[in-house]
Structures are given as C-alpha cells and as structure tokens.
Design a protein around this ligand. Sequence first.
Ligand code: DUC
Ligand code: ZN
Length: 459
Amino acid sequence: MDYELVVKNGLVVLEDGQENADIGISDGIIQAVESGLSGRQVIDAQGKFVIPGGIDQHVHLEMPFMNTVTSDDWETGTKAAAVGGTTTLIDFIDPVKSKSLMDMVKERKALAENRAVIDYGMHMALIGGVPAFMDEIPAVVEAGIPSFKMYSTYASKMSDAEMLKAMAVIADAGGMAMVHCESDAIIEYLRTKLVAEGKMSPQYHPVSRPEDAEGEAVERVIALANHAGAFVYIVHVSTAMGVEAIQRAHNRGQAVWGETCPQYMVLTEQEYQRPGFEPAKYLCQPPLRSQPNIDRLFQGLAERTLLTIGSDHCPFFYKGQKDIGKDVFTKIPGGMPGIECRLTLTYTYGVVPGKIDLNRWVQATSTNAARIFGMYPQEGCIRVGSDADLVIFDPTRSGVITKSMLHENVDYTPYEGVAYQGLPVMTIARGEIIAKEGDFVGANHKGRFIARKPIQPVE
Ligand code: DUC
Ligand code: ZN
C-alpha cells in the first residue's frame, strides 16, 4: 500500500524509546510506524531524528501589554513557530473588564482564523476585581478552553482570596489553574525603593524581582491550589526555590505541574550588566537568573519536577517599544522573543551536554504539554491515529544564531551570537510540509483551533 507521504530511515523518537522506522502518512494522520513502507512522496531522514511536532503552550501573540502590543501577530508568530519546529501552540485570551469571557473567546478565535498557519489552542486569563467572570468559567471549559491563567502581580493580579475562589470554581468545571508566581508585595516594595533612589535604568530590573519573590509566590499558590483541590500549573519557573517548592508538593502527593523556558535555561543574569539600554532586550518577568538556578532547572527537568518547556514568546521591538521605558525600567514592556529557537536551544544546551536525554527533551517540548493540556494522543506523539505533526531534526547542523536567520517580527534576538548544535530541517503539519531548511513553505496550510478536553491527572 502506498501512503501519501512516507518519512523513511529516521531515528523515530517515541514517548519512551527510540526506533529506526518509517512513518506512513495519509489524510493528515499517522497510518503506520514500521520499516519498509512505500509512499507517493518519500522523504529520507537518514541520520536525523524524527520527533513529534513541538507544542508551545506559552505564547503571547498580538497581546496588549504595558501600553503596547506584542509584535508577532497570528500569522508572523505561527510562521516563525513552524520554521522552529512547533506545530501547535497555545496562546492566551487576555480579558477586559467590560466584556464577557465568551465574547472574548469569539473575538480571539476570529483573529486567529485564516491567519494561523499551525494548529492552536487558547488559555483564558482571568483578572482581579471581576467576580462576574467566575460564572462563565464552566462555559469556557465547555468551549474547549480548560486552562485559566492568573497573575499574582501586575495590574491584572488577583488577590489570594480571589485566586482561591477561582481555583475552586475551575476545579469544579474540570479545568486547571495556571499561575504567574511572583510576590507582588516584594516587587512593589523594591520597585518603589529603587525608583525613589534614582535607580531607574534597566540594570535594576532584576534587583526588583529577586529569587525569593518567585519562591514565596510558588509556595503560596501551591497551598491555595491544594486547599481548593485544583490542578495547578506553574508557568515559567526560573529559580531553584520554585523547583523545590514544586518538588515538596509532589512529595506530599499534590498535582502540580511546572514549566520553564529556554531563556531561563540558556541566558544568565549577566545580560543585565550590558551597557546603556541594552539590558532592555533581556527584560522579562521573572528575570534571567544565575548559573546555580539554571543547573537546578535542568535537574528539575531530568527528575520530572518540571514537565514542560514553553517559550513565553512575548516580543517587543527594541526600537519603538522597549524604549517606552527609556527613562525608567518599570515602564519597559517585559518579555522577549523565543518561539523559533525553542527546540534548537534546548537540544543544544540540554541534550548535547547530557543534562537531559532525547526522550526527556521530546516529552518536555511536546508530549507532556499534550497530556497536561488535554490534546493527547491527537498531538504530542508519534503513534498510529495521531495527527501527522512531525519534525525532522538534524543533530549535525551547527552554527551561531543571528537575527537574520529568524522569522519573528521583531528587530533583535536575545540569542544573537549564541552557538547551536542541531536544527529542525523540516516541519510537517497534518501531513503537509510547511517548513523546510529554515524557510516557511506552507502557503496553503491553515491552522485549526483545537478544542481541548477537560483536564485529567498526569504523572
Ligand atoms: N512575562 C513577560 O516577560 N512578559 C509578559 C508576561 C509575563 O509574565
Ligand atoms: Zn507569558
């Protein structure tokens, strides 16, 4: 039998093991994983890995934030993701007080439709001071959006009391809480103090968001979730304190999932020592950390305290957006681009030096997100019956990252000059080749909204 497309001779990375096998694809679905397959179109993956398409569960496309909007939209952001080996992403709906959550679901879906080139889901963010949102949570879960982001700081923050209540409602509705954990009290105290002392340059940003601001908030949010009986997912863990709080919860038997991001694994707080306004390029919340924290994040991934690696792609132009805060660091829009380099960076700095193995890498960049966020086994694995979302990854490619090789709509990359070993050389989405050798080639491919299932326990 001839399949529409066969990927031959690659090392197929499965959820647990690896095998040399061919993959037969028809109708956008994986039909066979075995040797000796034939197809009308054949791709030779000899010497390369064939991995499940990356899933990036933490992305901010055209998000209004700090008086501006992230610079990648649904088209440019999903194209960059595709070239970088991501075939599914989950973005956020950021509500405004005056609208209903379900109206915002409709609006956001309309924005993505016809522009996204890879499949996408959505998380719903909640904001403090709007009790009416609570009543809509079950309808949002029903609409295929079972994950709710809450912030412990920023203007949209929720108080502990609000968060506890929301967690209980979310748990009843079959959803999960995802929380940005940084202590608002510590940050506000330090920001006010630094500004009063005239310490306004971006070099002071990390001073205003110390490690214990994260550690304290992770601990507290886990306690709230435990009380509410809610699944909780801690986004962008950047510190050893955060990892250890999650580990303690696991030791008590609590369902807590932890995520980290490439920027916290590859870049260090040294970037904030750059001269002038340059540190603004690296300004994100939480900030970049020290090497011992980085080591603990890798250990956390290896021992499964942390289960996922998301990009937290949140791009702003250095010229024209970051400089909104040229007079005071508290006004610099925080966030950095990273949707396109997620696989190559984590392979280079995780798998190549042996800090995580090939399976752990695939689990953390794809499979675990599918399981946690209710998309498995349609996504996140190479199995008969799953979507034919695949990446051919060449471990022999090496070089140095430069802005000119990337497709993100932003005027810099924080990874300029960073060495890489291993690159995605082909991305296949539902059986169509959409990226090849660093170019987007999927002009006719349309991304689809993935209505996700209610949340289930995941070990
Ligand atoms: N962190 C960022 O760096 N940007 C946007 C939101 C966030 O939490
Ligand atoms: Zn984020």
